[in-house]
Design a protein around this ligand. Structure first.
Ligand SMILES: CC(C)(COP(=O)(O)OP(=O)(O)OC[C@H]1O[C@@H](n2cnc3c(N)ncnc32)[C@H](O)[C@@H]1OP(=O)(O)O)[C@@H](O)C(=O)NCCC(=O)NCCS
Length: 330
């Protein structure tokens, strides 16, 4: 990846190195990415796993992970403290030490608690865990940051452009909230726009629908129109349009017909989908048929940077996501 903004993330990390927990420390893709991090020196990998097993896996695949921190949930010196902290966080669910100990033996919960306890700056998981199993501990333990009512997500989509530069788009929420409300969509749009800025984008945001400016009717049309209004009220400094169809969002010709007075229709680069069906299918169409590389889901609204990898991720994607995740740790 050579995206605008990515270089800035690396220089930021070089000035202020961060540590990142990998919940699946013995996976070969994680080990390959960890060996690259150790060689480049601005990101310290913390590998969750049984040390002998992690080292054996690295040796077998021929990756040098000397200097990596390996932490074993079954042999961790601060475990009593972790159990007590977890029981306190989950006391509304009446969490008891015996059950907490069982839960914290799992890499996803253990790793998330390492971030919570300040042992690591960030976390990346999901090469074997499902999205729900990576995200749920973060929702329960890290929780939303002040000012955020939900956790949502953003995909940064990148492909080479004819000009030799890169075309960069942002999309959300394609991964977390199944059926967001109008208020939640406004919050998602603001988060996705801000995330795009981190990648050097100048966000022009569309609330997508099967209707453009009242051309069709329905509950979801109303929802997207209401969300647009709310977003505009909350952030008059950002550019929002809605509700509109995808063609009116990206084609200047269609926009001139369907929405001639819009400041951004036809030139949209940030897409907000009405629900997870549309969003998840939409970003995968861009990825598989539109030749875009997909970076994400980047979680928005969490109190510490935690991200989820696709189970199909390769070592390059692990490495890129690790840099993105750690760079968001401020
Ligand atoms: C995110 C997700 C995993 C949460 O699922 P879940 O664990 O079944 O959800 P629950 O309702 O039991 O919530 C667990 C906790 O997270 C909180 N939570 C759930 N969704 C949240 C959100 N969007 N933002 C913030 N907190 C949230 C709940 O309040 C709850 O907190 P509590 O345990 O302290 O009371 C679920 O929404 C999901 O599966 N989304 C789709 C993910 C997916 O499969 N994507 C596929 C494409 S990548």
């Amino acid at each position: 990846m050579s995206m605008q903004g990515f270089g800035e993330m690396i220089s930021k990390l070089k000035k202020n190195p961060k540590s990142i927990v990998f919940t699946e420390g013995s996976d070969s893709r994680i080990l390959e990415a960890a060996s690259r991090m150790l060689a480049s020196n601005f990101l310290t990998p913390i590998l969750v796993g049984e040390p002998e097993a992690v080292k054996a896996a690295a040796e077998e695949a021929n990756y040098n992970i000397r200097g990596a921190q390996i932490v074993d949930p079954n042999n961790y010196e601060r475990m009593d403290e972790m159990v007590a902290a977890f029981c306190e966080i989950r006391k509304s669910k009446n969490m008891q030490p015996d059950e907490a100990r069982k839960i914290l033996a799992q890499g996803n919960y253990f790793g998330t608690m390492l971030v919570k306890m300040g042992e690591a700056d960030a976390l990346l998981g999901g090469v074997t865990y499902s999205t729900a199993d990576t995200v749920r501990p973060a929702l329960q333990i890290i929780k939303t940051k002040p000012g955020a009512s939900i956790v949502s997500s953003c995909f940064i989509m990148v492909r080479p452009a004819a000009s030799g530069e890169e075309e960069v788009l942002a999309m959300g929420d394609c991964a977390i909230n199944i059926k967001p409300t109008a208020d939640q969509l406004a919050e998602i749009a603001i988060g996705v726009a801000e995330c795009g800025k981190v990648f050097g984008m100048d966000p022009k945001v569309a609330f997508l629908s099967y209707s453009t400016n009242g051309s069709a009717a329905g509950e979801d049309v109303d929802k997207m129109r209401e969300a647009t209004q709310k977003a505009k009220e909350l952030r008059p400094d950002l550019l929002f349009e809605g509700e509109l169809q995808f063609d009116a969002a990206v084609s200047p010709k269609v926009a001139a017909q369907k929405l001639p007075n819009s400041e951004i229709a036809g030139r949209v680069n940030t897409f907000i989908f009405p629900d997870i069906n549309a969003g998840n299918i939409g970003y995968k169409i861009a990825q598989r048929l539109g030749n875009f590389s997909a970076y994400g889901p980047i979680l928005l609204g969490l109190n510490a940077p935690v991200n989820d990898l696709s189970r199909g991720a390769n070592a390059e994607e692990v490495y890129s996501m690790a840099i993105i995740t750690a760079a968001l740790a401020e």
